[in-house]
Design a protein. Structure first.
Length: 310
């Protein structure tokens, strides 16, 4: 088959729909161990240049992990990119087969960059970190409910809060133990936490959600996370620069790190104060601090060096 073959895969809970370009060949496999085995055999015959999956909340992980292990060229992309691509090319109808074809055309025309895929250990750490965020969100929600709940509900909510606090403590211990068991993660964790403002939660988030940290230059890592200011100009109009896209959970952790750094890191505090003195809005100044922290951590990881206060 043509060596320049591009494969789009639309994922659902029960099936994997494929479209191969050029030619438009279609296939469907079940989204289970048997189906993924058949998928691998089919793709080895195709010998594709690029295979693109949409991110579907984890439903794609079985197939993607298997293809990565077989060293096939796989990319997982944000579904919004494919939907915007479909709208731009006038393809508004939506079925699994149509979506697979759109993803294949996206692969052929856009050719997204292949990035390192998380190994099994990193996926396990990511799962724990994701569950931790869920527990924190539930705990905040229950504490807020307690303030407005009627008296008959207080006991039940308080019991649930205690349970959530215990579960959160247990999962924090699990994350800590998993990091300590890996010499690489243990070293990286020490480097990251040497920066005043970065704690265990931010460190774990960067380890599992930003594996590119230390391997990209400052502009690329900022754009990848979504803290790089983007132009908004048209003709004579010069709009305010803004951030958008990127990895939301990493930005969320960087925001908390920036808030902490304003209290405990003199370098970040002085940088923030200079921006405020120059007339920058506090929100913009804090976002700039997030970018500065990210760029600094990226350099520390690249050079394998600990934070030294200036």
């Amino acid at each position: 088959m043509n060596s320049e073959a591009y494969v789009g895969v639309d994922v659902s809970k029960s099936s994997l729909d494929l479209n191969v370009l050029p030619g438009g060949q279609t296939q469907q496999f079940s989204n289970d161990d048997k189906g993924v085995t058949q998928l691998v055999k089919f793709l080895r015959k195709v010998d594709p240049t690029l295979i693109v999956f949409e991110s579907t909340g984890g439903l794609e992980m079985l197939a993607v992990s298997c293809l990565v292990e077989r060293q096939l060229p796989v990319v997982v992309i944000n579904p919004r990119q494919v939907r915007d691509f479909a709208k731009a090319t006038g393809r508004l109808a939506k079925t699994d087969a149509i979506d697979a074809g759109t993803i294949a055309r996206f692969a052929r025309d856009i050719r997204p960059t292949i990035r390192p895929f998380k190994d099994e250990q990193t996926q396990a750490l990511t799962a724990l970190n994701t569950r931790r965020r869920q527990l924190v969100d539930m705990l905040v929600a229950e504490k807020n409910r307690l303030h407005t709940a009627l008296k008959p509900n207080h006991k039940n909510i308080e019991q649930h809060i205690r349970w959530l606090e215990k579960a959160l403590s247990d999962i924090n211990s699990d994350i800590d133990q998993m990091i300590k068991q890996s010499p690489t993660w243990r070293k990286n964790d020490k480097i990251l936490q040497s920066f005043k403002g970065v704690g265990p939660v931010t460190s774990a988030t960067l380890l599992c959600d930003l594996p590119e940290l230390g391997s990209l230059d400052r502009k690329k890592i900022a754009a990848l996370v979504g803290v790089a200011p983007l132009n908004c100009d048209s003709g004579k109009y010069r709009g305010r620069r803004r951030i958008m896209g990127g990895r939301a959970e990493v930005r969320r952790s960087l925001y908390m790190s920036a808030v902490a750094a304003l209290r405990y890191n003199p370098s970040i505090k002085s940088f923030y104060d200079r921006l405020i003195d120059a007339g920058k809005p506090p929100k913009l100044a804090l976002t700039a601090c997030m970018r500065k922290i990210l760029v600094t951590l990226n350099a520390m990881m690249k050079n394998r060096s600990y934070w030294i206060a200036s």
